[in-house]
Design a protein around this ligand. Structure first.
Ligand SMILES: *Cc1c(COP(=O)(O)O)cnc(C)c1O
Length: 445
């Protein structure tokens, strides 16, 4: 706090002491951050007691609303037992129960979970494990990765190397390893008249060529199943996942499904991969896994991969760790969240809510400035057309500001507007969110 700052001026104090994520701090001169002091259900409240509907689940993490009573209670109960304990040489009931529950959700296909705290670390784990597995198999030359164009997997150096978002990569290109980029199956990229399945086949054909060219050197293909979320919510047909799975098997390459954003019921099934009826060799989870309460991430894998590391020599183990690996509080939040899924039939309820979400945004079809209205479960997005984009170069920040003045927390990605609400919105709130978004759009354009 500087000398003349009033103690309750959180904005001045944050700008003097906090370096905010994914932000050009100078832009806060024009749009100051909002100080949130409490939340309830889908609502966030500022220090000035203004209410905002959390239409993007606080960066896609929150599933069952803020200050959820059942999750709060689980954390209070856990606090009375143990807050944290290391997971090397020790274990605790929560991490055991969570790993068993997740294994059951994959019908036993992914039998082991390795824990970290943030999403990027879970991706690092999958990448390292994949290469290490091939090394153990006597194939150390398998050390290259394929990712999809416009894919996002996090921002630590390893995760960034398989992320194709130029804005995030540019400054760090000299620090990161080369990667092979396969074309995206995102259906928006298809020529007019080409349907999503045909486009998925085209993209898979290019993937096949890449695998063929680099045969024997690829360890894994990493992708976001069904929705490239940070890539402007680009959506694609599950057929691509089936074809990718077949190609990975044929070329002896691991498939890493990064479900950090699309897992935990977001797309309508618990795992997005289930829409394609496939299982990957690695599946990463974070964001929604702890219902937006505490940092928790994990990489699940098959018994085949787990068994390869099971040996008498230390060096053949997976020697990777984070201080807060499998934190008991975070696992308690995850277990409470999974209990809500079971007790409230959340996936079934969400199917109904997804239809309400469709209805709430039906107006998009009639607005000729908007294109590519698309939805996958509890994610809905649309884009500005090229002409509107060109005449609104500052669209994202203008829209964000205007949305706040209409009680919505919405952050467009470039010229894509999307909502990814917590699962607790009722149909009336869905409709209100849709109508308010329309208002914001009309005032911004
Ligand atoms: C957010 C995200 C990550 C990174 O997670 P962090 O917790 O932000 O490190 C990785 N992959 C996908 C698909 C994501 O959406």
């Amino acid at each position: 706090m500087t000398l003349n700052t009033p103690p309750n001026d959180w904005i001045a104090r944050t700008l003097s002491a906090v370096w905010h994520p994914c932000t050009q701090m100078k832009q806060h001169e024009g749009v100051p951050p909002v100080c949130i002091t409490r939340g309830k259900g889908p609502w966030l409240y500022s220090d000035k007691d203004e209410a905002y509907l959390d239409c993007i689940s606080s960066w896609w993490t929150n599933l069952f609303g803020h200050a959820n009573e059942r999750i709060n209670q689980a954390l209070i109960d856990q606090l009375g037992k143990i807050e944290h304990v290391m997971l090397a040489g020790l274990t605790h009931p929560n991490v055991v129960e969570l790993s068993e529950a997740l294994r059951a959700l994959t019908q036993g296909q992914l039998g082991h979970s390795f824990y970290a705290s943030d999403g990027a670390s879970a991706v690092e784990i999958a990448l390292k494990m994949s290469h290490h597995y091939w090394r153990i198999q006597g194939r150390p030359e398998k050390q290259e990765f394929i990712c999809l164009a416009n894919g996002y997997h996090g921002e630590t150096l390893g995760a960034l190397s398989v992320t194709d978002v130029p804005l995030f990569r540019q400054a760090y290109a000299p620090l990161i390893k080369g990667v092979h980029i396969a074309p995206s199956p995102d259906h928006r990229l298809a020529p007019q008249g080409v349907d999503a399945k045909a486009w998925a086949r085209t993209a898979a054909f290019e993937l096949e060529r890449l695998l063929n060219t680099h045969q024997g050197r690829i360890a894994a293909l990493i992708l976001e199943p069904l929705v490239q979320c940070a890539g402007q919510m680009g959506m694609y047909d599950p057929l691509y996942l089936q074809l990718a799975r077949q190609l990975c098997d044929r070329f002896e390459v691991h498939l890493i499904c990064d479900e950090i954003a699309v897992g935990c019921g977001r797309t309508g099934r618990f795992f997005a991969s289930e829409h394609a009826g496939i299982w990957p060799d690695f599946l990463t989870l974070s964001k929604g896994i702890s219902a937006g309460y505490l940092p928790l991430s994990l990489s699940m894998t098959t018994d085949t991969i787990y068994q390869a590391f099971y040996a008498d020599t230390m060096a053949q183990g997976f020697l990777h760790s984070h201080s807060y690996t499998g934190n008991p509080l975070a696992c308690a939040a995850a277990l409470a969240s999974l209990k809500i899924f079971r007790d409230d039939d959340v996936l079934e309820e969400n199917a109904r809510k997804a239809r309400a979400l469709t209805d709430a945004f039906s107006w998009v079809q009639g607005d000729e400035r908007l294109v590519h209205l698309r939805q996958q479960g509890m994610i809905l997005a649309f884009d500005l057309n090229a002409k509107t984009q060109a005449s609104n170069p500052r669209f994202a920040s203008e829209f964000f500001k205007k949305a706040l003045s209409h009680q919505l927390l919405l952050r467009p990605i470039g010229s894509t507007v999307y909502v990814m609400p917590p699962y607790v919105l009722d149909e009336e709130q869905m409709a209100w969110m849709g109508a308010q978004t329309q208002k914001v759009l009309h005032e911004t354009l």
